[in-house]
Ligand binder design. Structure first.
Ligand code: 5GP
Ligand code: MN
Length: 369
């Protein structure tokens, strides 16, 4: 056990050294310098890390490199994260699902000569934008921390699993850039706050996936003057009352714990409507049952149109990623993953969701332990 921990950190440090030393950074600099039109993209239904890393990187490109850079996303920035996107960015953040002019986005992608793909490992995670990115002839660069990236579609990749977040990876890349020279105070203010936000949400406020490099990043950003208290207040202290009341209801009435230690809760549309739940408002619910000693995996299902959205969290030694891949048409990280459960395909009817989770986790946890 001890050896594992030492090895993990040694590996991680080595990889970060690579970022700092290798000619990769010079190469990346060269690619950015010669690009005229840059498009950044992140996974559909973006989370704090997707938005934090892309806004952070975009402001480096626009403010310190004077580049034409825009962020194109399949879905809107969630309300709880929108505080890191300045109003002046309204023309630079293009949302496909809500766009009045979808052609404008298609044209933007087509005419870009450089595309940065952040916080996902496979173009399918960009949802409706996938065909446009697949067809694009632009140079594509991946910057991501998910396992098993589909490297065949990217020209260059900065892919590292042993890092807290894509925001952290971007931070270390930026620190190695000549304009920053390892001095976080030279980062644009918006970048610094956005990157700290992305890292904070992906680590669940320093609860998971924290490495020495993560704390180095936090320390450098605090020293550079980022208002962490302000970020935490925006992230965690302004929920609507309904969200908290729904959480109480779910934990009291809906939480099921199987004999194998899988905890699950299913939120159907009727319940979500009763509590007037908005997009993204159930974020974080899935983590809570993991606090129970006998629970090794927690699954949250939320009904959508014709399917359930699935969120999975697991304790050390149990792979949420494998479970999502095998039973829920998805994937993710070792201990935090997600996917979809299709009604009429995976299960006959909505009411079968609980049984499906029970059966699949029984099989999975029997083999995994
Ligand atoms: P969440 O439960 O917060 O929605 O997602 C946790 C993690 O699971 C995300 O960071 C992402 O890596 C992964 N994930 C969520 N949904 C999907 C999905 O539909 N497909 C895949 N491949 N990964 C997903
Ligand atoms: Mn991430």
């Amino acid at each position: 056990m001890k050896c594992n921990i030492i090895c993990k950190f040694a590996n991680e440090t080595k990889m970060l050294m690579n970022i700092k030393n290798k000619s990769d950074i010079e190469k990346l600099c060269g690619i950015i310098n010669k690009a005229c039109k840059i498009t950044l993209t992140v996974h559909a239904r973006p989370d704090g890390d997707a938005i934090g890393s892309s806004i952070g990187f975009m402001h480096y490109l626009t403010e310190l490199k004077s580049k034409d850079a825009k962020l194109v996303i399949a879905d809107p920035v969630p309300d709880n994260i929108s505080f890191i996107v300045p109003e002046t960015d309204s023309g630079n953040v293009l949302t496909y699902s809500h766009a009045q002019d979808k052609q404008e986005i298609a044209d933007r992608i087509k005419s870009s000569d450089l595309i940065f793909c952040l916080d996902f490992n496979n173009l399918s995670r960009t949802s409706d934008l996938e065909p446009m990115f697949t067809e694009s002839t632009a140079e594509k660069i991946l910057i991501d921390h998910h396992p098993e990236p589909d490297l065949s579609v990217f020209d260059e990749s900065f892919s590292m699993i042993e890092v807290s977040s894509t925001a952290e990876l971007i931070f270390h890349i930026l620190m190695a850039m000549p304009e920053i020279g390892n001095d976080a105070s030279k980062l644009p203010e918006i970048s610094a706050a956005a990157l700290l936000t992305g890292m904070t949400t992906d680590t669940n406020n320093f609860a998971n996936s924290v490495f020495p490099s993560t704390l180095d990043m936090a320390s450098a950003l605090l020293e550079a003057g980022v208002d962490r208290d302000g970020i935490l207040a925006m992230l965690y202290n302004r929920y609507r009352e309904n969200r908290i009341r729904l959480l109480g209801f779910l934990l009291d009435k809906k939480l099921v714990i199987t004999r194998k230690g899988a905890a699950y809760m299913v939120i159907d549309k009727k319940t979500a409507d009763k509590y007037d739940i908005r997009e993204g408002e159930t974020e974080g619910f899935v983590n809570i049952p993991l606090a129970i000693e006998d629970v090794c995996m927690s699954i949250l299902l939320k009904e959508d149109n014709g399917f359930f959205r699935v969120s999975i969290r697991s304790k050390k030694g149990i792979s949420a990623n494998e479970c999502a891949k095998r039973f829920f048409n998805g994937g993710g990280h070792e201990n935090a993953a997600g996917g979809k459960l299709y009604i009429q395909t995976d299960i006959k009817k909505k009411a079968d969701a609980g049984d499906y989770i029970k059966k699949s986790t029984d099989i999975f946890l029997t083999q995994d332990i």
